[in-house]
Design a protein around this ligand. Structure first.
Ligand code: HEM
Length: 104
């Protein structure tokens, strides 16, 4: 690498299940947690400098999502395919055109 070059890890590849038999694409509560590699899912980093706000952030996200899911009906335009950006952070490239309508 040269001075000033940017580096980014492909966390999607890591999450893809190549190092684990956990099959992350399948919902299965309580499955083989002991088989999970500690660096398989790293949105908050890992190792000595892992995010210290991890649990707090998770709690906030759950509290906010609970209200949003309970109070609104969510939809995306029909046929919409999300353009993905992977680095430096994974997110939709178009801001995600989502519609939230209050549930009566
Ligand atoms: C969705 C919310 C958040 C995400 C995705 C996130 C993500 C991250 C990531 C990826 C790192 C780098 C870890 C590494 O180098 O391995 C980090 C570090 C850190 N985060 Fe967060 N974070 C979040 C919320 C928070 C909150 C709420 C706080 C404080 C209340 C916080 C405080 C910190 C601190 C102090 C570090 C540096 C830790 C160190 O270098 O030892 N973060 N975070």
């Amino acid at each position: 690498m040269r001075h000033g070059d940017a580096a980014a890890g492909d966390v999607r590849g890591e999450r893809g299940g190549t190092q684990s038999s956990a099959d992350p694409a399948r919902f299965a509560p309580g499955r083989a947690k002991h088989e999970r590699h500690p660096y398989l899912f790293v949105p908050f980093g890992g190792g000595a400098h892992m995010c210290i706000g991890y649990r707090f952030a998770e709690l906030q996200i759950k509290a906010i999502m609970y209200q949003l899911v309970r109070r609104y009906r969510w939809s995306i335009p029909s046929g919409y395919i999300m353009p993905e950006q992977q680095a430096p952070i994974a997110k939709p490239r178009d801001g995600l055109p989502m519609r939230l309508e209050p549930v009566d």
